[in-house]
Design a protein around this ligand. Structure first.
Ligand code: B12
Ligand code: SF4
Ligand code: SF4
Length: 379
């Protein structure tokens, strides 16, 4: 049987929804130029690691990735769930980007990719050995560019790889191999006149269609950024604790996957919200200690934000919620959190609460007609 067919069948058996093949022995010219322009514009913010290993981002057929590589096998793992199903998620889970509510995909998707790589290697012989290397998220490879070259999908104006019939709520993985397989063709972009993602982005993070300024993206601000969230961007973070899905929620290419009752493959249960989210609220996240954080991050992608980042994000979410019930937790964090970044975020959040309190007629606890400002009247 044709190796392409065998690999495709194996990938589907392993649970991948879509598979496509790209030539690996040609460098990425246009996409590499876009990547260079992205760096030159400083759009990667503090993600210095994005600016390293540049040559590996241009070509995968050298020692940087896999010498002599001939093919990139591109794979998509969907994580979309029906809106009815999501409606039952605990509040903390709803504040987390969809891909991160369950188990950390880095562990289990990589295991699957390793199994596919083993399968591909086994297609070699003693005379013609085959090498294969799994890639997923962590290597310095432009995964969307390779997936677009393979025709796995097209890059939408939101910068995401959209798989026809499936949507963009997919994670990407690849197996790069020295095996020569007939490549598939890229498919044309299908956004047409639509601009919903650009219009819906809470922070206006798109420099132009297809180009994201990561410094403004809530995913960057809440996950990768190690400093304070810039004050002017905090209101736009809204109720988002970790990551953001807005530019995908509004995309018509995701409507089908999110519509209940339409026939599609059930989501892998590892994407369902972890039970731990049902036991927590924002105040608990703000006051996490090292032991609590260690338990929370176990097997979950949210650990990427670190304890300080999660507590910072929780404070910003609480400030945006302007809910008096959060006041005491915020005061405690302002006065006693070991991180200066968290103390400052809590101070900001308390100021948001005060703004609400100040604009409300106050109950007077004295005979004076002037509004009372004592702490018991404020709560
Ligand atoms: C760094 C990073 C981020 C950063 C920066 C994102 C960015 N746009 O650069 C931040 C933290 C902001 C981020 C956010 C998210 N990320 Co991210 N991220 C990455 C990572 C590790 C590297 C991306 C990178 O190299 N960026 C540099 C830029 C220049 O490259 P690029 O984004 O790939 O863009 C290419 C194409 O878009 C194309 N392109 C650019 N302009 C144009 C114009 C035209 C006309 C065309 C046709 C193409 C085109 O060329 C670019 C260069 O090749 C990849 C994994 C990987 N190794 O690729 C995951 C990855 C891109 N992220 C992913 C996800 C899921 C997300 C989030 C949805 C998470 C969330 N819910 O919060 C958001 C989505 C934000 C968005 N709208 O893109 C998935 C995307 C899956 C998909 N369907 O596309 C990836 C592939 C991880 C994975 N293995 O699945 N991410
Ligand atoms: S993930 Fe959110 S903040 Fe980032 S580009 Fe999309 S809508 Fe904007
Ligand atoms: S929302 Fe519209 S413009 Fe944006 S990616 Fe989807 S189809 Fe394209």
């Amino acid at each position: 049987v044709d190796p392409k067919q065998r690999i495709t069948e194996k990938a589907r058996e392993l649970g991948f929804e879509a598979v496509a093949f790209a030539r690996a022995d040609l460098p990425l010219e246009d996409d590499y130029a876009r990547y260079e322009a992205f760096l030159a514009g400083g759009m990667h913010g503090s993600m210095d690691w994005l600016a390293s290993n540049r040559e590996a981002r241009r070509r995968v057929d050298t020692d940087h990735v896999l010498a002599g590589a001939k093919t990139v096998i591109c794979l998509a793992q969907p994580y979309a769930r029906g809106v009815d199903d999501e409606a039952n998620d605990p509040p903390v889970a709803s504040a987390i980007a969809r891909y991160a509510r369950g188990r950390d995909y880095h562990n289990w998707l990589r295991r699957r990719l390793r199994r596919l790589a083993t399968f591909v290697r086994a297609l070699g012989t003693a005379e013609a050995p085959v090498e294969a290397r799994p890639l997923c998220d962590q290597e310095p490879v432009l995964e969307r560019a390779w997936a677009a070259r393979a025709g796995l999908g097209f890059v939408g104006k939101n910068g995401l790889l959209i798989v026809p019939g499936v949507g963009s709520l997919v994670l990407l993985g690849e197996v790069v191999t020295t095996l020569e397989v007939e490549p598939d063709s890229p498919i044309p972009e299908r956004c047409g006149a639509c601009t919903r993602c650009l219009d819906a982005c809470p922070t206006g993070a798109f420099a132009r269609p297809f180009v994201l300024d990561a410094r403004l993206c809530i995913a960057y601000l809440t996950i990768e950024n190690r400093g304070p969230i810039p004050t002017e961007l905090r209101p736009a973070v809204g109720a988002r604790l970790f990551g953001c899905d807005e530019c995908q929620t509004v995309c018509p290419f995701n409507a089908r996957a999110r519509t209940p009752l339409l026939p599609h493959r059930p989501v892998d249960p590892r994407f369902l919200p972890e039970p731990r989210w049902g036991e927590l609220d924002m105040a608990a996240l703000l006051s996490l200690d090292e032991a609590g954080f260690a338990a929370l991050r176990e097997g979950s992608p949210v650990g990427r934000a670190r304890l300080e980042g999660l507590a910072r994000n929780a404070a910003v979410v609480m400030g945006n919620a302007r809910d008096e019930r959060h006041r005491s937790a915020l005061v405690r964090a302002k006065e006693g959190h070991p991180s200066e970044i968290v103390r400052e975020a809590a101070t900001w959040a308390l100021a948001q609460l005060d703004e609400v309190t100040d604009s409300r007629p106050r109950r007077s606890c004295s005979s004076s007609p002037a509004p009372c400002t004592c702490s018991s009247c404020r709560t």
